[in-house]
Design a protein around this ligand. Structure first.
Ligand SMILES: Cc1cc2nc3c(=O)[nH]c(=O)nc-3n(C[C@H](O)[C@H](O)[C@H](O)COP(=O)(O)OP(=O)(O)OC[C@H]3O[C@@H](n4cnc5c(N)ncnc54)[C@H](O)[C@@H]3O)c2cc1C
Length: 474
């Protein structure tokens, strides 16, 4: 029987434990999961306030990546999955104080429809000219990795970085386009540049290949759970062996010993044959500092950003007064602290009663760090002031909740994939060690679950690792 330690009780650690459960029941494996906080789930946390479902961390996952929905189905809550109300999807960008809708035909960052782009006040005439010229961009041989900002600027100019690339990516990674790696975050774009040259032409070619009914039958862009993301944790935890879950207990150190790993956690130490670190990479680096300084240094070099989400509930009057759509993004050049706000009651069904509006506001990176020390009341005052400026929203919220997430979102910097190769080489030289979480090949929940399932398989059958797909974007 193999004894396995899992460190970290977020969705990654729990998904790894669930993958090991069958082996535990047959007696082939035994695991202990250590979680430093009193609750399991990590950043997946939902509160029910005044009839509203308030997400403290993630509010959904991208439907295209199957691993999270598949896990829900395996757990028997497939009927609880809900899709985003894509018929009402409309996202605004704040430009000189005005909310401008994203034009129709935008495929992620790439404009593909002439008329909506031509008439959109989102872009200046010089950017519109760049968009037209971009269609003539010649193919470019594969080059060294670069930042997303650098690739987009080369194709469309700096306004496109400021008004689209940066706000869209900040909403996902909490970082900025100038430091995120194209190869790790938008591998398709690097490939499209190599094969087609023009991103616009590549997107048009991809669209032509889609069946004509694709738009009508398309799955919703985002998936969530009726009772919120914590429903996944509440369903998953009872399916694990209760005595294998050790909460309120931080792993303080790990040591290589007798071909395995000794974990010191709380007041005790225990020896294991294998170790799964299901942690942000900075926490994994800290634990590995003695056992493998080389691996620790590589893990520590992966950046993380902090974020703050604020959930605000309003009455029926506010719900009627808000613009239609999913919410808005704020480019850095607007000089605001808010990065984004979601009109949650529009984005998903079951999130707020008909007579309530639910807003979710988001700060990340230096904007979050700069207000970190402030009280919840002071942060709520900042949010209200900015919502007043942006939406003309003067009403006092019926409730407000502030959630802070320290260094929780990984930033895949330029050269990230090369770093992962080095990490993999070092990892394979160590006794049964597997790494799971958002620091590696996808920051979203589906990728974390996939990484955890692979980690569990790795420690059960070393050498079973498959090559990773190159699509990383969450
Ligand atoms: C605000 C926010 C919004 C997001 N929105 C989305 C979204 O909409 N869709 C999406 O797909 N993804 C989203 N993400 C990303 C996604 O939620 C995370 O990447 C994912 O949940 C990370 O899970 P994890 O288990 O790897 O890490 P975590 O959830 O960070 O869990 C790690 C756990 O390890 C524990 N721990 C740390 N050190 C130790 C130690 N020494 N000993 C024991 N335990 C330890 C921590 O307490 C924590 O519980 C969001 C993330 C944040 C922060």
């Amino acid at each position: 029987m193999i004894r396995i330690a899992i460190i970290g009780g977020g969705i990654s650690g729990l998904a790894a434990a669930f993958t090991l459960e069958d082996h535990r029941r047959t007696g082939a494996a035994e695991y202990t999961l250590y979680e430093s906080s009193p609750r399991l789930g990590g950043v997946l946390r939902t509160e029910h306030v005044d009839g509203c479902i308030v997400e403290a961390g993630p509010d959904s996952f991208i439907t295209e990546k199957p691993w999270a929905a598949d896990l829900c189905r395996t757990l028997g809550i497939g009927d609880q999955l809900i899709g985003s109300n894509d018929a009402d999807r409309k996202t605004y960008i704040l430009v000189r104080g005005q909310l401008i809708p994203l034009p129709d035909g935008l495929m992620f960052l790439v404009p593909t429809k002439i008329l909506p782009t031509g008439f959109s006040p989102l872009f200046s005439w010089s950017t519109k000219l760049r968009i037209a010229q971009e269609l003539l961009h010649p193919p470019r041989a594969a080059q060294a990795d670069e930042s997303v900002a650098s690739l987009i600027e080369r194709h469309y100019g700096s306004e496109m970085v400021d008004r689209l690339a940066d706000p869209l990516l900040s909403g996902i990674y909490g970082g900025d386009a100038a430091s995120l790696s194209v190869r790790a975050v938008l591998p398709r774009f690097a490939e499209m540049e190599r094969t087609h040259g023009s991103l616009g032409r590549a997107m048009l070619a991809a669209r032509k290949k889609m069946p004509p009914t694709a738009n009508k039958t398309a799955a919703p862009l985002f998936t969530s759970l009726k009772n919120g993301m914590q429903q996944l944790i509440e369903t998953l935890v009872p399916r694990l062996n209760a005595s294998s879950l050790v909460t309120n207990t931080s792993a303080q150190s790990i040591h290589l010993e007798a071909g395995g790993w000794t974990v010191a956690a709380g007041l005790e130490s225990d020896h294991f044959d294998a170790l799964i670190l299901a942690l942000p990479t900075h926490a994994a680096a800290h634990l590995l500092a003695t056992a493998s300084p080389e691996l620790s240094a590589e893990l520590a070099a992966i950046g993380y950003s902090s974020s703050i989400t604020v959930g605000l509930g309003y009455d029926r009057g506010v719900r009627r007064s808000l613009p239609p759509g999913f919410g808005f993004l704020v480019p850095r050049s607007e000089g605001k602290r808010l990065l984004a706000a979601t009109f949650v009651h529009n984005k998903f069904p079951h999130r707020a009663p008909e007579d309530r509006a639910l807003l979710r506001c988001f700060f990340a990176g230096s904007n979050a760090e700069n207000i970190w020390q402030l009280s919840d009341d002071a942060i709520i005052a900042i949010v209200r002031n900015e919502l007043q400026q942006i939406l003309g929203l003067h009403a006092a919220p019926l409730f407000a909740r502030v959630y802070k997430w320290k260094s929780a979102m990984a930033q895949y910097g330029v050269g990230h994939l090369e770093r992962l190769d080095r990490i993999e080489r070092i990892r394979q030289q160590l006794p049964k060690l597997a790494l799971a979480g958002n620091g590696y090949r996808g920051i979203g929940i589906p990728d974390c679950i996939r990484s955890a399932q692979e980690a569990a398989k790795q420690v059960l059958n070393p050498g079973s690792e498959r090559r990773h797909p190159s699509t990383l974007s969450s």
